[in-house]
Ligand binder design. Structure first.
Ligand code: SF4
Length: 411
């Protein structure tokens, strides 16, 4: 019989290894997930964070999300963003004029990156993507281009008949610098077949990322919890990610540079209409527990970001005490999880000064970074934040208009 005392002894033994910098196994991760005290997990996750990213800086990125099209044929059960081909009321493809406006607005707000993702739009040939990246890179050479999650790359391969390697090589040649880790959700096909059966499956998601690592592209990994998955599914996702990361680092010296997780938002989606609707999603405590487990388990992945857009700033702040060393990005515009009920629907943007306030109040020092997590500027003292006032003035003018997605700047 396993007693409470022996469970605690096992927890202490595993956590002591984490504090000493050791790796934990799948079974140990599952054991901690089930039995460990939340605050003990936070403490161990912070120890892991200090082993990988020592110090008291918390980084963030000034960037803009751009969803270039919402037309999609993939029908994910958790998505309220997409429109089917032919839906002229809801469907859109951003023109270069609109994209240019969005990028210029972002540059004025100090952005160093754009992150572009969209639906699987059958009306767009592969040349569209090449032309898009090429045009952005030539017109706005200062901005980093992170674009197209593995499922979009797979779709481009399908419509063009090209391999993932050819697709990624050609995109890289015209200016693509990295791939977002979107579309990861739970990387376990048992769950994917239930909530997004037409979307990329686990092996292919990692297959695309493997080629990206080989080609030297910057990548991140994501994870979404709350699909009525069991803890073993979550651990399967983390285990596969850690294994692939070991392999990519060994073979190419390049792997995922960050991990971010959040809880699924289901408002207005088919999942909200299912008879299990009340069982979807995850509480803040669950999110924090998961964040800590991920930080402890993923000992080969340097950075973990807090997710304020879905969890809210307060939980985002707490996540900094559960092993996160990064506060994500300003986003400026977010349409996908927002249309499914995320916090961004109410407050679609967090300006640098507000990010600084959140980081400082949590007891850390804000530092602006780029996509590669190189620190661009450290804001040691609160007085240093004053220089961000200009951005605030620009943003306040835009906020008055009440629509961040179509942000217009007043100079
Ligand atoms: S989540 Fe992405 S792939 Fe799935 S339906 Fe929405 S836009 Fe399409």
């Amino acid at each position: 019989m396993t007693t409470g005392a022996s469970i605690q002894a096992q927890i202490d033994q595993i956590l002591a290894r984490v504090h000493d910098g050791g790796r934990i196994s799948y079974d140990e991760g599952l054991f901690l997930y089930r039995h460990a005290d939340l605050l003990d997990l936070g403490e161990a996750a912070n120890a892991r964070r200090q082993q990988l990213v020592p110090g008291d800086r918390v980084t963030y990125l000034i960037d803009r999300n751009i969803n270039y099209t919402n037309v999609c044929v993939t029908d994910c059960q958790f998505c309220n963003f997409y429109a089917l081909p032919g839906d002229t009321k809801k469907g859109y493809v951003n023109s270069k004029h609109v994209l240019g406006q969005k990028i210029e607005e972002a540059l004025k707000l100090g952005a160093t990156r754009i992150l572009m993702q969209g639906g699987h739009n059958p009306d767009l040939p592969f040349d569209y993507y090449l032309d898009l990246v090429d045009w952005i890179h030539r017109t706005y050479p200062a901005i980093e281009i992170n674009a197209f999650s593995p499922s979009e790359i797979q779709y481009m391969g399908e419509i063009s008949g090209l391999s993932w390697r050819e697709v990624l090589s050609q995109l890289k040649a015209v200016g693509l610098q990295g791939l977002p880790g979107g579309g990861g959700e739970i990387l376990d096909d048992e769950i994917r077949r239930r909530v997004s059966p037409k979307k990329i499956m686990t092996d292919d998601w990692f297959g695309v990322m493997k080629v990206a690592h080989e080609l030297g592209l910057i990548t991140t990994a994501t994870m979404v919890i709350g699909f009525r998955e069991e803890l073993r599914h979550r651990m399967n996702h983390l285990q596969r990610l850690r294994d692939e990361q070991d392999d990519s680092l060994n073979r190419f010296g390049n792997g995922f540079n960050a991990f971010i997780s959040w809880s699924v938002q289901i408002e207005n989606t088919p999942l909200a209409r299912s008879r299990f609707a009340s069982e979807y999603g995850a509480t803040s405590t669950e999110y924090l527990r998961h964040t800590a487990i991920a930080r402890i388990f993923l000992d080969n992945l340097p950075h973990i970001s807090a997710s304020w857009p879905t969890q809210g700033a307060k939980v985002g702040q707490m996540a900094l005490h559960f092993g996160c060393d990064d506060f994500g990005s300003t986003m400026i515009e977010e349409n996908v999880v927002s249309s499914a009920g995320a916090i961004t629907k109410v407050s679609p943007v967090m300006l640098p000064r507000e990010i600084h306030r959140q980081i400082r109040e949590a007891g850390f020092i804000p530092a602006q970074r780029n996509t590669n997590y190189d620190v661009l500027k450290v804001f040691e003292k609160p007085e240093d934040d004053e220089e961000l006032k200009t951005i605030e003035a620009i943003s306040a003018a835009a906020a008055k208009q009440g629509n961040w997605a179509e942000l217009t700047l007043i100079e």
